[in-house]
Design a protein around this ligand. Structure first.
Ligand code: ADP
Ligand code: MG
Length: 324
């Protein structure tokens, strides 16, 4: 449905997006996850033809977004990070205006405006001024305009930012609902949100794609490892001998501590970590080695996300550059 090929965007000598390639298939909800400044909006703006790329190309159903913008843009509905809502107008007026700009006329225009208002729950406020609407309703109006023209793909840039917790849940439900009839791509810097809505996750950091998978695969792949830290009253070689009897331990390292203690760190992919810590406890007891401390650190998806997105380019300056 969408092919992003070797996309690079440079602002002056700052590279915001670097050699990004991925493919979006029809019928899924994609979460575009990354911390602020990762390059999410830049990528979405390029994918929707709102911003030029420095290198690379984007194909929407085979149409190059820069070479055949008309055919390509017809297939996408976009809610940018700062949607250009006209505050003095009512949702009906605004949506009618956007529909007309998308080429809709007459019965079809009015029918579609009514339909997207129904889909997004805007009807109760259809005739109020947008300026007087809550942020949640404004966001619904923004999503409604993206739906006009019945595009196959809906792209939403951080649709829940700035909403209160109830509005966030409502917008998440709406995105899930849209996912039944559309391919949806939405960005977020909140891992739990992406986990809750998507069936495909793209993680982007420093303008590069660092992961792209189903949530359950990412979890399995990323959460497979727990860290164990133990302190014993023994020499590293003695600890090593005990650990050698147990399976699934990797990345073992020791540190001598004053007073004849050894602190050992290792990783395990044991499916039942408590079973392993139990074995460790008895193994040291049977070897007459006092186990002074035993800690099992479970990796959370949050940790993994932070690790993936932070540790990438330590030498690159993460300063925010002002627009314009
Ligand atoms: P995200 O949406 O993931 O928060 P953006 O795509 O908005 O990230 O920005 C990526 C990086 O590019 C940031 O470091 C940002 O400061 C920089 N950037 C974005 N727009 C511009 C611009 N017009 N000029 C210069 N730098 C920009
Ligand atoms: Mg952004």
């Amino acid at each position: 449905m969408i092919q992003v090929e070797h996309l690079t965007k440079r602002y002056g000598d700052f590279t915001a997006v670097q050699d990004l390639s991925f493919e979006i298939d029809q019928g899924h909800v994609y979460g575009f996850l990354g911390p602020n400044g990762a390059g999410k909006s830049t990528t979405m703006n390029i994918m929707t033809g709102c911003l030029s790329a420095t290198e690379g190309r984007v194909l929407i159903d085979g149409h190059d977004i820069f070479e055949e913008p008309k055919q390509a843009k017809r297939l996408i509905g976009y809610l940018p990070e700062q949607p250009p809502l006209y505050l003095g107008e009512s949702p009906v007026e605004y949506l009618t205006f956007v529909g007309r700009a998308k080429g809709l006329r007459g019965e079809e225009l009015h029918g579609q405006v009514a339909q997207v208002m129904d889909q997004t729950g805007v009807e109760p406020v259809a005739h109020r001024r947008i300026a007087d609407l809550s942020k949640g309703y404004r966001q619904r109006v923004g999503i409604a305009q993206a739906l006009l023209g019945n595009p196959k793909v809906i792209i939403l840039d951080e649709p829940t930012v700035g909403l209160d917790p109830i509005q966030i849940l409502e917008i998440r439900d709406l995105i899930r609902e849209l996912g039944r009839s559309h391919t949806v791509i939405f960005s977020s810097h909140i891992l739990s949100e992406v986990q809750a809505i998507c069936d495909r996750i793209l993680i982007i950091a420093h303008g590069k794609l660092v992961a792209f998978d189903r949530p359950e695969n990412l979890e399995r792949q990323l959460l497979g490892e727990n860290e164990i830290v133990l302190t014993t009253q023994a020499e590293p070689e003695e600890v090593e001998a005990v650990l050698a009897r147990l399976e699934t331990l990797t990345d073992i390292s020791h540190q001598n501590k004053p007073g004849g203690y050894t602190q050992t760190r290792c990783k395990t992919s044991h499916p039942q970590p408590y079973e392993l810590t139990r074995q460790l406890f008895w193994a040291f007891a049977e070897s007459d080695i006092p186990l002074l401390e035993l800690t099992l650190k479970k990796a959370s998806l949050e940790d993994v996300f932070l690790e993936l997105t932070e540790a990438k380019e330590p030498d690159e300056d993460e300063e925010e550059v002002d627009e314009g």
